[in-house]
Design a protein around this ligand. Structure first.
Ligand code: GTP
Ligand code: MG
Length: 217
């Protein structure tokens, strides 16, 4: 799958104001500064799409981006099927940012919970984990909460360029072994780098497969 175009659409504080849920949607979430916005830019090959920053807490709202990707060869042959496939990417604010008040934190939790539980076209949540660290309680708790809510998700280990491959594997394994305490089956996962584009093809293939499932509904 090739990305034909990507553009910013709208930012909202509330899921009920989000665009019409008429196409598949993929949202990116994870600790503040984990690399959500950078990963979105890497996937779409568009450096200026989502705003990134070395200061945590940059993304504050539910940000929608409109993506058009090339149709699969199969799709192309169908009548009207040559136009490309349209879907949404959503950049969400990070969790675990220390310098916010209790009330802002609660507002964030409510906004995110509403969005991920009620957004009907949300096909998959990409939960980003910084690959440089040991498993963090805040990530594990968030993932366990997704399990209770029954929200489909996959893991994306970010910033793999900052580690040697052996350290990346070790950190992924240790994260999955903590999850194994609460999960029977490990979730699918990807290892990525926004700097050297590692993981891009696999992520796009995964989205393409899910897009096909959505369009069959
Ligand atoms: P918030 O919106 O504040 O929650 O942050 P975010 O998760 O969107 O992170 P963002 O993409 O803004 O990136 C945070 C910092 O990490 C920036 O300084 C990026 O340049 C850096 N960064 C992101 N991805 C990578 C990566 O794959 N490798 C390296 N080395 N640095 C990265
Ligand atoms: Mg961001």
């Amino acid at each position: 799958m090739e990305i034909i175009s990507s553009q910013y659409l709208i930012s909202n504080p509330d899921f009920s104001q989000c665009p019409k849920p008429d196409r598949p949607e993929y949202a990116f979430i994870g600790r503040s500064n984990v690399g959500k916005s950078s990963l979105i830019n890497m996937i779409t090959n568009n450096k200026s799409l989502a705003k990134t920053s070395s200061a945590p807490g940059k993304t504050q709202l539910i940000n929608h981006f409109e993506i058009t990707s090339s149709p699969s060869p199969l799709h192309k042959a169908e009548k009207g099927g040559g136009k490309g496939v349209r879907w949404y990417i959503v950049d969400l604010p990070g969790y675990g940012y220390a310098k916010i008040s209790q009330s802002s934190r609660r507002r964030w939790e409510q906004m995110i919970e509403n969005y991920i539980r009620k957004r009907e076209n949300l096909v998959c949540l990409f939960v980003l984990i910084d690959n440089r660290h040991e498993p963090q309680a805040i990530d594990i708790e968030f993932i366990n909460q997704l399990g209770k809510w029954g929200v489909p998700f996959v893991l994306v280990f970010t910033k793999s360029d900052k580690n040697k491959p052996a350290a990346t594997t070790r950190n992924v394994d240790s994260f999955l072994s903590v999850l194994a305490q609460t999960w029977e089956q490990p979730p699918p996962y990807f290892v990525t780098s926004a700097f050297n584009k590692a993981g891009r093809e696999l992520l796009l293939d995964y989205i393409e497969k899910l897009n096909k499932g959505f369009n069959r509904l």
